[in-house]
Design a protein around this ligand. Structure first.
Ligand SMILES: C[S@@+](CC[C@H](N)C(=O)[O-])C[C@H]1O[C@@H](n2cnc3c(N)ncnc32)[C@H](O)[C@@H]1O
Length: 384
């Protein structure tokens, strides 16, 4: 038996072997086997695409041709099958350990250093409830009772395997590379900022809220999300890791906090799971919540249309079309820096921050990415 952290579900040895296989398999799919898609495009598709057509028409033609191509169809089917297999194996571990986790959660209150506050009246936004994001069975909101933590436990284990499977080892089983990248960006860009009130919007199970609490031990760290089962589990997880985080069920588009409540507001890979309109509202809300001189960082998937060609654009949209991630196109194509300026931010910066190595709070920033590696996250930052 093993655990990813002190409060994670127990994973039996045979499940761990399966999960390792799935992570390795997915890494092959995303590296060597994915090269076959580019080869298929260059050999069988590129020459037939009308260079004079508009960019949208060209991309639509590439996508339609790829969807008819046997290599892409086989590759996509295998990737989808591995995603569903991952949820099945992870689901078995969660099911075996659910009652123990519920008891652990109930026992937390008297000695907890953080908290969880739920709002039973909050309904999930359309983009969260319309489909099971990442094909995770049951989605983020869950349908269980007052002690339901299933979505949190599934997301915790599945999210770590998913990240390992795109070759991004830096987060490891704690899946915390985003929070550590936010800290590296802050240390490099705002070395004098010592935030005492930090908000993480769309915190999920707190994978990347905990590193903020670790980096700023004097701060009161709050994480909000719409999913109650995620937040219950996030509380259990953060307590197990020994970090004080206050989790609140709230909608990042229009939170319940007063103006200027925070010194630092972040979101991490949330915008690409919302919509174009919601992204603009969330960026504006982060501005409202900051005191003058406070800083916002919105971290996203490292995919900008200007850093790839038509083929890349179509491949980067794979997750949107087949894995229920609704707004990858918004992150790739929208004028995110313009949205931040319209919301009232100054000194806006958009670019790629490298994932720092374990134990480090330093990494390189580059406005344009020259490599296709996933060793970066996209960051949008600005001052209120
Ligand atoms: C991909 S997860 C990222 C979790 C976490 N930020 C991380 O980096 O590990 C996106 C999260 O955003 C949440 N979310 C989506 N829209 C939201 C909204 N409008 N308000 C609050 N949370 C939202 C989802 O429930 C989900 O937990």
């Amino acid at each position: 038996m093993t655990r990813f952290h002190p409060e994670s579900p127990e994973i039996a040895q045979d499940s761990l072997s399966r999960l390792r296989f799935i992570a390795d398999f997915r890494k092959q799919m995303h590296t060597s086997l994915s090269k076959g898609n580019r080869a298929a495009y260059e050999a069988d598709i590129a020459a037939s695409v009308d260079e004079a057509a508009s960019v949208e028409e060209r991309r639509a033609a590439v996508r339609a041709a790829l969807e008819r191509h046997p290599y892409f169809r086989g590759w996509s089917s295998m990737l989808l099958a591995s995603q569903d297999l991952m949820w099945r194996v992870v689901g078995q571990s969660v099911a075996h350990d659910t009652e123990r986790m519920k008891l652990r959660f109930k026992a937390l209150a008297p000695q907890a250093i953080g908290s969880v506050t739920l709002d039973g009246d909050l309904s999930g936004p359309d983009y969260v409830v319309r489909a099971d994001v990442h094909r995770m069975p049951g989605g983020y909101m869950g349908a269980g009772g007052d002690d339901d933590m299933q979505a949190g436990a599934l997301y915790d284990l599945g999210g770590a395997i998913y990240q390992l499977g795109i070759g991004n080892k830096a987060g490891g089983l704690l899946n915390d590379s985003r929070g550590r990248t936010v800290v590296a960006h802050l240390r490099a860009r705002f070395p004098n900022l010592a935030p005492l009130r930090i908000l993480d919007m769309g915190c999920g199970v707190g994978h990347n809220t905990v590193p903020l609490a670790a980096a700023f031990p004097d701060a009161r760290v709050t994480g909000i999300d719409v999913g109650a089962p995620l937040l219950r589990y996030a509380h259990l997880r953060a307590e197990g890791l020994g970090h004080a985080v206050h989790f609140i069920q709230d909608n990042a588009e229009h939170t319940k906090f007063h103006d200027a409540s925070f010194d630092l507001v972040v979101s991490q890979i949330m915008l690409h799971e919302t919509s174009r309109a919601a992204s603009a509202r969330i960026i504006a809300e982060s501005r409202r919540l900051l005191r003058p001189g406070g800083v916002a960082i919105h971290l996203e998937v490292p995919l900008r249309a200007e850093d790839g060609d038509d083929f890349d654009h179509v491949m980067w949209l794979w997750e949107q079309h087949y894995n229920a991630e609704p707004n990858i196109s918004g992150v790739m194509d929208d004028d995110l820096a313009g949205m931040a300026r319209s919301a009232g931010f100054s000194d806006v910066m958009l670019g790629y921050q490298a994932i720092p190595s374990a134990g480090s709070e330093q990494s390189a920033f580059t406005p344009r990415k020259t490599s296709k590696s996933f060793g970066f996250w996209l960051v949008l930052s600005g001052i209120a």
